[in-house]
Write a protein that binds this ligand. Structure first.
Ligand code: ADP
Length: 176
């Protein structure tokens, strides 16, 4: 019987999960039958949060979605090649978010390489929403590290986790 279920994998480091990620997740879940959020180990990026913490953070954010599509979303860690992970999940597509200009070069190259690895799995891009265009996990961390307010970029729960984690990293600096 032909496969009718449309499955997508949305990979990322999610260090931390931002409003930009959540927007792509919600929009992706609207057009797919199953959306697997792949949380990459990505040790090379020196993440602030451990893999387990990042998986838990994405899961908590998803549990808070109230648009009736939560049931189609799953969160899984992965440390293999993205295409291998997508194949294991029986995915039809890999979902990526695209912010103006900054993401294009990297995503264009990755899409080309991944298409060579498995041309059966399409790479789909959703444009970042107007309000989330400038949000990046890296900048959220930079702002939080210097004591800035990150609450317009991430959920209150994530903001608390990020601030807490910087407090743990530099308790003496905060007490000064
Ligand atoms: P990666 O390690 O792949 O860069 P990220 O967690 O930074 O992982 O991003 C995962 C995906 O989410 C990427 O496709 C990225 O372009 C997208 N993304 C990140 N921030 C935003 C945002 N503000 N709006 C839309 N897409 C975003």
């Amino acid at each position: 019987m032909a496969k009718t279920e449309r499955v997508g994998v949305y990979p990322g480091t999610f260090d931390p999960t931002t409003n930009g990620h959540m927007d792509i997740i919600k929009r992706g879940a609207r057009v797919l039958d199953r959306l697997v959020i792949g949380v990459a180990v990505n040790a090379g990026k020196g993440p602030l949060f451990s893999l387990d913490e990042r998986v838990e953070m994405v899961r908590d954010e998803i549990a808070a979605i109230d648009d009736g599509r939560v049931g189609v979303i799953e969160v899984k860690p992965f440390d293999s090649l993205l295409m291998q992970f997508a194949e294991t999940e029986n995915a039809d597509c890999i979902l990526r978010g695209l912010r103006a200009v900054s993401d294009f070069d990297y995503e264009f190259q990755m899409a080309g390489m991944n298409a060579r690895l498995n041309p059966e799995i399409e790479i789909l891009f959703l444009m970042a929403s107007e309000t989330n265009q400038f949000i990046a996990s890296r900048l959220v961390k930079e702002i939080a590290a210097l004591g800035g307010d990150i609450t317009s970029f991430v959920s209150p729960t994530v903001a608390q986790r990020v601030n807490e984690s910087f407090r743990r990293l530099a308790p003496q600096a905060v007490n000064e």
